[in-house]
Write a protein that binds this ligand. Structure first.
Ligand SMILES: NC(=O)CC[C@H](N)C(=O)O
Length: 221
């Protein structure tokens, strides 16, 4: 009888579906290798391999996570398994949110400034640098936050306008933009590879976090 390898077992990935553009993430992750679950309550986290917290509005998402008693459960999940937060999801993961200060899961050692690129009409699609094979990365910014400080254990995987836009710390991946709204699937594939325990897709000869950091981005606590 053939032995089924780990890589052939579909990944069960949850997408928090309380608010925001969760449907686009589900679509971006859907493949023959994945089973996608819309997560609206704590019980649905139980046997997931990874979790996506989508973009939307972080204050609203925070209220809903709290109302559904999911806030602590998601924090516990993030301590054990891969989590990918985009835009509002990135804000929810951050250690510190400005301004004004806002509650967050504090599982990613970054300080993040909400709505830092201006208002809705100043939202934009831009090309930035990234550590993935295949060159530049399209970034859809919608009332996007800006990572103003990143701890020394935070790897910077993409950057735009001098600021980190895609970062990773251990099993936490976070983007200040919306990769699910671009056709480029490198980031979602990277997240799936993180769940499987690998680090593919980076440019040859490139180490994680190789985009380097400016001295003002690093903070030690
Ligand atoms: N596209 C987004 O997720 C926007 C995030 C939103 N500005 C917030 O602060 O929550």
């Amino acid at each position: 009888m053939p032995i089924t390898g780990l890589a052939e077992i579909p990944l069960k990935i949850g997408v928090v579906a309380l608010q925001g553009d969760y449907a686009a993430h589900a679509e971006a992750l859907r493949s023959s290798d994945t089973e996608i679950v819309s997560v609206r309550e704590t019980a649905e986290l139980v046997d997931l391999d990874g979790l996506v917290i989508p973009g939307g509005e972080s204050t609203a998402l925070l209220k809903l996570l709290t109302r559904e008693n999911m806030f602590e459960a998601v924090r516990e999940f993030a301590a054990a398994k891969p989590v990918f937060g985009t835009c509002a999801g990135c804000i929810i993961l951050a250690k510190e949110v400005l301004p004004p200060p806002q509650q967050s899961l504090a599982v990613l050692d970054i300080i993040i400034q909400r709505n830092a690129y201006g208002r809705q009409i100043e939202s934009r699609v831009a090309m930035g640098d990234c550590a993935f094979s295949g060159g530049g990365l399209e970034m859809v910014f919608i009332r996007a936050p800006r990572i103003v400080r990143a701890g020394s254990r935070v790897e910077i995987l993409a950057r735009y306008g001098g600021f980190p836009t895609l970062v990773r710390q251990g099993n936490i991946l976070a983007a200040t933009f919306h990769p699910e709204l671009s056709a480029d699937r490198r980031i979602h594939r990277f997240f799936c590879a993180m769940i499987r325990g690998g680090q593919p897709c980076l440019s040859p000869g490139v180490q994680m976090g190789n985009l380097g950091r400016r001295h003002n981005e690093t903070h030690e606590r």
